[in-house]
Design a protein around this ligand. Structure first.
Ligand SMILES: Nc1ncnc2c1ncn2[C@@H]1O[C@H](COP(=O)(O)OP(=O)(O)OP(=O)(O)O)[C@@H](O)[C@H]1O
Ligand SMILES: [Mg+2]
Length: 327
C-alpha cells in the first residue's frame, strides 16, 4: 500500500518544505520509492529546495486542464528512487481550487504507485489544505518551539478533526447538522469535549464512527528549528491541549535542531541531505525517517464523504442527461 504522508503546519515558514524534501531523500536512501509532491499551490517552491529548475509542467497543468493525468507529470530526480511532482510554479492560477479538480487531484494522488508519496502543503487551515491533509495515510505537522507556532499547529489540528468528523457523514445528514452546531458552540466559547458529541447522536453507528475517528486520528508532530533541549516541554503542551480539548493523541516523531547548514542549502541549490549529510539537522532527521519507516499505513475503517457530495451527484446526473439525450 502506498503511504501518503501530507506535511502541514499552522504557521508558515516553519520548515515544512525543508523537512519534506530531506525526509524524501532520506527515505529514498533507505531503499524506498518516493514521490515528493508540491501541493503548496500558489507558492510552490519545493523545486528550489530540491535544486531542480522550474521548467516542468506540474499540478498547475491539471488545474488549467492542459494535462489530465498526474502520473504523467511525475519526473525523475538525480537521487535514485526519488521522484518529483511539481506544483503550479509554471502556471500559478490556483488561489481557488475548484471542487472537482481538488477531488481529482486527491484521487490521482491515491492511485500513484510508490512506497511513499509526501505532500508539501501550504501553511494555514483553509479547507483545501485540510482536505489534502486528510487524504493521507497519516499526516505530519511541522512546528517550531514557539508559543505562536504551537497554538497555530493546535488550531490546524482542531480544524482537521472537525472536518474529519463532518466528512464522516453524508451531505444533508442530521449528523452533519449536529457536528456543525457543536463547532459553532465551540467558536462561541463552549469547551465541551469532542467525545461528548457522541451523546448528541442518535444512532450507535454514528457514535461508533465519531469514537473510532477520534481514536484513529493521530497527527505526527515534528518540532523544527530547536535551539535547546529546554524547549521540549513547550512541544509537550500541544499534546496536553489536543488531549484535553480534542480527545485525540499526537505523536512526536522528531526534534530537529536549528542548523546553519539548512539555511545555506537553498542558496547553494542543493538539498541539505546531499550537501551536508552529516550535519546536526540530518543526523536528527534520520531518527524521524526510522520512526516513519515503522508506521504501518492503515485503511480507515469508515468512508469519507465529500463536502459537496450532493452537488457532485447533481452534476453527474446533469452530465448524463446532456450526454444521453442530446437535443
Ligand atoms: N532546522 C533549520 N535550521 C535552520 N534554518 C531552517 C531550519 N528549518 C528551516 N529553516 C529556514 O527556514 C526557511 C523556511 O523553511 P521552509 O521553506 O521549509 O518553510 P515552510 O514551512 O515550507 O514555509 P511556507 O509556509 O512558506 O511554505 C528555510 O529556507 C531555512 O532558511
Ligand atoms: Mg513550504
Amino acid at each position: 500500500m502506498t503511504a501518503i504522508v501530507p506535511v502541514a503546519s499552522g504557521k508558515g515558514g516553519v520548515g515544512k518544505t525543508i523537512a519534506t524534501a530531506n525526509l524524501g531523500i532520506s527515505l529514498a536512501q533507505a531503499g524506498k520509492t518516493v514521490i515528493l509532491a508540491d501541493l503548496d499551490l500558489g507558492a510552490a517552491n519545493l523545486h528550489t529546495i530540491l535544486g531542480i529548475r522550474n521548467r516542468q509542467p506540474g499540478i498547475g497543468h491539471i488545474i488549467s486542464k492542459k494535462s489530465s493525468r498526474i502520473e504523467d507529470l511525475v519526473m525523475e530526480t538525480a537521487v535514485p528512487r526519488l521522484h518529483f511532482l511539481p506544483g503550479d510554479g509554471l502556471l500559478p492560477a490556483t488561489a481557488n481550487l475548484p471542487f472537482f479538480t481538488k477531488k481529482k487531484i486527491m484521487r490521482d494522488l491515491q492511485n500513484l504507485v510508490a512506497d511513499y508519496v509526501l505532500l508539501d502543503l501550504g501553511a494555514g487551515s483553509n479547507y483545501n489544505t485540510v482536505d489534502f491533509f486528510l487524504t493521507g495515510s497519516f499526516g505530519l505537522i511541522v512546528c517550531t518551539p514557539e508559543t505562536t507556532s504551537i497554538l497555530n499547529a493546535y488550531s490546524f489540528i482542531k480544524t482537521a478533526v472537525f472536518r474529519l468528523l463532518y466528512r464522516s457523514f453524508p451531505a444533508n445528514s442530521p449528523e452533519r447538522g449536529i457536528i456543525q452546531d457543536f463547532m459553532m458552540e465551540r467558536l462561541e466559547g463552549s469547551s465541551d469535549s469532542f467525545l461528548s458529541l457522541t451523546e448528541r447522536l442518535d444512532s450507535e453507528t454514528a457514535r461508533d464512527i465519531v469514537r473510532t475517528r477520534l481514536q484513529e486520528f493521530c497527527p505526527r508532530v515534528v518540532i523544527n528549528n530547536g535551539r535547546s533541549a529546554d524547549e521540549l516541554p513547550l512541544g509537550g503542551r500541544l499534546r496536553q491541549i489536543a488531549r484535553k480539548n480534542l480527545d485525540i493523541e499526537v505523536e512526536y516523531i522528531g526534534f530537529l535542531p536549528h542548523d546553519p547548514a539548512v539555511e545555506r542549502s537553498p542558496f547553494e541549490r542543493t538539498p541539505t541531505a546531499l550537501a551536508y549529510p552529516d550535519c546536526m539537522f540530518m543526523r536528527a532527521l534520520r531518527g524521524t525517517t526510522s520512526t516513519l519507516l515503522k508506521i504501518q499505513p492503515e485503511q480507515p475503517q469508515f468512508p469519507m464523504y465529500d463536502d459537496d457530495a450532493d452537488l457532485y451527484a447533481a452534476a453527474r446526473r446533469y452530465q448524463e442527461a446532456v450526454t444521453d439525450n442530446p437535443v
